[in-house]
Ligand binder design. Structure first.
Ligand code: NAP
Length: 249
């Protein structure tokens, strides 16, 4: 469907950043199936083209090449919309590095996309939402700790903190802000791991395998629903129970 046709659509509108791949892609499809009109935002033109090519034409999804760190580009996209009901901030990057090898540049790049990008998307969305709007950030189980990617852990702990702070600051506007914290999930980020790393992380999951992105999308769908707008400031871990503790007595 074209954006012009969809502009006159009365359905609730959702924006999903990082929607060209992995968790964002599964979320965009799920929200469209839930009845939203969905704008997919991603910086990866190839991923967007793949998404478009594989779409069921009946779903109200349009794709937009925007970098979430580019506030002006994000504003241009959102200003062109008559309404905004849901913002899902899923765009993110991953990188495995021993603590001693992380450079200032690595650290800044991680915070730039995974934390500043969430802040920009959520802030611009909140400025355009009416009462009842919902913002869902994608943090990570790594927010509670993890070895071999300290800069990622720091950024994701920041996303949880930002989510809680936004929930308080946006309470007066009746905008709900929550986070979904996935565990190890089969996506572009995990496919970039070496086979050895992938096998090691899979073995550490209670299920023994990565989650399907659709499992994460289920949780986002719940928090994006107008029926759950009384829930705010929460982080929902979707990680097969790994964050709760060891399975061994
Ligand atoms: P993915 O398949 O790589 O999808 C992420 C998408 O976001 C990619 O298309 C990526 O494009 C895009 N992106 C990155 N930086 C962007 C930017 N500045 N502006 C716009 N788009 C950008 O990875 P994923 O696992 O689904 O990641 C989605 C979210 O889930 C991330 O926030 C990630 O940290 C989080 N998460 C993932 C896991 C997991 O195990 N997969 C676990 C916990 C949390 P590029 O390809 O160009 O980078």
């Amino acid at each position: 469907m074209t954006r012009e046709i969809l502009k006159n659509d009365s359905r609730e509108t959702a924006v999903v950043t990082g929607g060209g791949s992995g968790i964002g892609r599964a979320t965009a499809i799920r929200l469209a199936q839930d009845g939203f009109r969905v704008l997919v935002v991603d910086r990866d033109a190839k991923a967007l083209a793949g998404m478009k090519a594989g779409l069921d034409g009946a779903l109200a999804i349009t794709c937009h090449e925007v970098d979430v760190c580019d506030r002006l580009a994000m504003c241009r996209l959102l200003d062109d919309e008559a309404r905004l009901d849901v913002m899902v901030c899923a765009a993110g990057i991953g990188q495995m590095l021993p603590f001693d090898a992380i450079t200032d540049q690595d650290f800044r790049a991680m915070l730039e996309v995974n934390l500043l990008g969430v802040f920009i998307g959520a802030q611009e969305a909140s400025r355009r939402m009416k009462a009842g709007g919902r913002i869902v950030t994608i943090s990570s189980r790594a927010a509670i700790g993890g070895g071999g990617f300290a800069h990622y852990v720091a950024a994701k702990a920041g996303v949880v903190g930002l989510t809680r702070a936004m929930a308080i600051d946006l309470r007066g506007k009746s905008i709900a802000v929550n986070s979904v914290a996935p565990g190890f999930t089969e996506t572009g980020i995990t496919r970039a791991l070496t086979p050895e790393q992938h096998a090691k992380f899979s073995a550490l999951e209670p299920s023994g395998h990565p989650a399907d992105p659709a499992e994460i999308a289920n949780a986002v769908s719940f928090l994006a629903s107008p029926k759950t707008s009384f829930i705010t400031g929460q982080t929902l871990f979707v990680d097969g129970g790994k964050s709760v503790g060891s399975l061994l007595l």
